[in-house]
Structure formats: C-alpha cells, structure tokens
Design a protein around this ligand. Structure first.
Ligand code: PLP
Length: 374
C-alpha cells in the first residue's frame, strides 16, 4: 500500500514507538506520588513540557497536556464562552468540526453569537472582513485555523494576531496541521491559544496539548484532581506525553530536510497529475501556496472517479475523499461547499509525510492514469 493520508493521521515513528514503550515499561509511577517512582514520572512529564516549550519559544507554564486537538479546542471555546463570558465568536466555515460543532452546541439556547468572516477566491480568508467584524464586536474570540486539513489553505496568523490585539480580542489558531511542520515563535507572534495533536506528527493517538498564553485564566474542561496546574484533571498519559515530545524533537531537528523533501513530492505529484490526467484541477490554495503536506485534487466525474476512493484502495493507494467523512456521510464536505467547489467533480485529498518517496508518487499517478484510461 502507498499511504497518502497523512493529514488524517501519520504512522508512528520507530524512535517514538521506542520511547513510548520504554516509558510505559519503566515509568509506571503516578506523577502525583511523592515516592521515587512518582518523582521519576513527574520528571519525564516536565522534561517533555520543557522540550516542547523550547521549540515554540513558550513558557513551560503555557503548555497544558490534553488528549489531543479536539479537547484543546473544546477547552478554549468553553472556557472563553462559559467562564470569560465572551458573547461573540468570529470564525470561518472552513474550521474543523471540533470548532464548528462545539460552537453549534453552545449556541443553542444561549446568547452566544457566531460570525463568519468572508472568503475570497479559493477560500482565502478576507482579513478586511475580519477587521470589520472586530471593529463592530471588540472583545470577541476569534477562531481561524492556521492550515485547513482538507484544502491546505494557510491563514496569516501574524496578521490575525495583530488585528485581535488591536481590538481586545482573543485568538485561537487551530495549529493541529502545522505544529511540527513550520517554525513557531509564540513571543514574536503572541497569539493566545494554539493546539497540537501528536498523531499528526508521527506520534501516538490520544495525546496533544493546548498552548495557552500566560495571564489567561479560566476553569478547566475536565474537573477532578489538580493535574496540569489545575487546568486538566486526570492522571497524565506519561508514555504518550514522552512519545509526543520525541515526535516534536524529530520534527524540529529535521524540519528543513523533511519539508524540502515533502515539497518536492507534492510538486512532482502536481506536475505528473497535470501531465497525465485531462481536466485535473486543485481545490483551494493546495496547488501552490497552501500547506506543503496537502494536495486536494479535483477529478472530472466518470464511472471510475465516482468510486474513486474504493478504486484507489483496490489499486493500493490510501487517500481521503471530499465527503463529510467524519460521520461516514457521503455528501460533499462543508469546506468544499463553502469555497464553491463544483459538486459535479470528485475530490481526493493526497497528504504526504517524510516517509513517502518519489517512487511512491510516480507509482500512484501511473496507477491513477492507467485506471482512468480503462
Ligand atoms: N483540527 C484539525 C485542523 C484537524 O485536522 C484535526 C484532526 O483531524 C483536529 C483539529 C482534531 O485533532 P484530534 O484528532 O487530536 O482530536
């Protein structure tokens, strides 16, 4: 099989798996215990926190370990709305369901108001419309993802942060698809919240973190013991946290090398698809400017493309479609709808990682063009 679905999840790196199993085997102590076993586990967690914070130029107190991106996003939205009593949220229809469904849930029966920024050509965020909304509704929570998981569009988080500062608003950037893939400096770009999911960077599933800028304070989402400085109760996932830190370390130590390799794979895929498939096009900004790990290809509809993902699977290629796949729903995804994609075409999202090879890309396009010519 050729695995080109790395935006959905990535394979565990062998070095990460080693750290995970060694930590689980050797460090079973509860980090809240005061004896040696507990203290050793505590050291592992705090070392992981320091390492992650150092790559982001953040303070260790600003990193809160969670079960992943969805929990971090829920924590911010519910904390801001329920605890800080923020009444206006400014966001976009391109956000992940973790954002959109949480907002929808909180809206029913409350006075929370949600405003969408306008989208420009190819689904680009219109920063003028954000500025207008912030002018009207200062003190809002702004949620605009750094990179879109389906079409790869990138948001200028520096500009959004500046606009939010100017209008006394808080900014949550969903960085699940970009942490570990770009350099971040949270002192230089002082956004308020960002989130990480380890399984997107060759780490384990069910672990991530919330970056929350110092000075912001709200009640935890999960209440119980005093773990994570009273911000996230529950005995910590020690081996998952240690493994995530290892995944982070590898991602940043080899960032230049890996991003160069993945960019080459993506541009090869674009040119081979253009050479071999008549009437191919690309959704959003994924062809050129977008996130370098995502390519959202749009195929003309025919007998073969109607069953595209199944045919790709049979041909040994794992990729994602353009349907609302989170729920097993076959209808066109809300992201594609909101950027005005032609519903008569078939979308396949190919997403790459450092483990993919040039040979895999060539084989993949050969297989696609062969089957399409049948
Ligand atoms: N945000 C984005 C942009 C994502 O791609 C995902 C995962 O698909 C999430 C949030 C949710 O992250 P998690 O799987 O850790 O809950």
């Amino acid at each position: 099989m050729i695995y080109l679905d790395n935006a959905a999840t990535t394979p565990l790196a062998p070095e990460v798996q080693e750290v995970m199993s060694e930590t689980a085997r050797l460090h079973f102590g509860n980090p809240s215990s005061i004896h040696k076993y507990g203290r050793e586990s505590r050291v592992i967690i705090e070392e992981a926190r320091s390492l992650i914070a150092s790559f982001l130029n953040a303070d260790t107190s600003e990193i809160i370990f969670t079960s992943g991106g969805t929990e971090a996003i829920n924590m911010v939205i519910r904390g801001c709305v329920n605890d800080l009593e923020i009444k206006n949220v400014i966001t976009s229809p391109l956000e992940h369901p973790a954002v959109l469904n949480t907002l929808q849930f909180l809206r029913s029966g409350s006075d929370l108001r949600v405003f969408n920024v306008d989208l420009l050509e190819k689904g680009k965020i219109d920063l003028n419309s954000l500025a207008d909304l912030l002018d009207k509704y200062p003190g809002s929570l702004v949620i605009l993802m750094h990179a879109n998981n389906e079409i790869g569009n990138l948001t200028d988080i520096g500009k959004v942060t500046k606009l939010c500062r100017k209008h006394d608003s808080l900014y949550l950037a969903d960085t699940v698809q970009t942490l570990g893939k770009y350099e971040f400096d949270f002192r230089r770009i002082p956004l308020d919240f960002a989130c990480c999911s380890a399984h997107k960077i060759h780490g384990p599933k069910g672990v991530g973190f919330l970056y929350m800028k110092g000075g912001i304070n709200f009640s935890p989402l999960i209440v119980g013991g005093g773990q994570e400085r009273n911000m996230r109760a529950g005995t910590e996932n020690i081996s998952g946290i240690a493994a995530m830190a290892k995944a982070f370390e590898i991602a940043y130590d080899k960032l230049e090398e890996n991003s160069k390799h993945i960019k080459e794979l993506k541009s090869l895929m674009v040119s081979l698809l253009k050479e071999n498939i008549d009437d191919i096009s690309f959704n959003g900004e994924s062809e050129e400017e977008g996130l370098y790990t995502v390519l959202s290809a749009s195929f003309p509809k025919n007998d073969w493309t109607e069953m595209m993902l199944f045919n790709l699977d049979i041909a040994g290629i794992a990729a994602s479609g353009g349907s609302a796949c989170h729920s097993g729903d076959e209808s066109v995804s809300s992201v594609l709808k909101s950027i005005g994609s032609d519903s008569d075409r078939i979308t396949v999202r190919f997403s790459f990682s450092r483990y993919n090879t040039i040979n895999e890309i060539e084989t993949c396009v050969k297989k696609i063009s062969k089957i399409m010519k049948v």
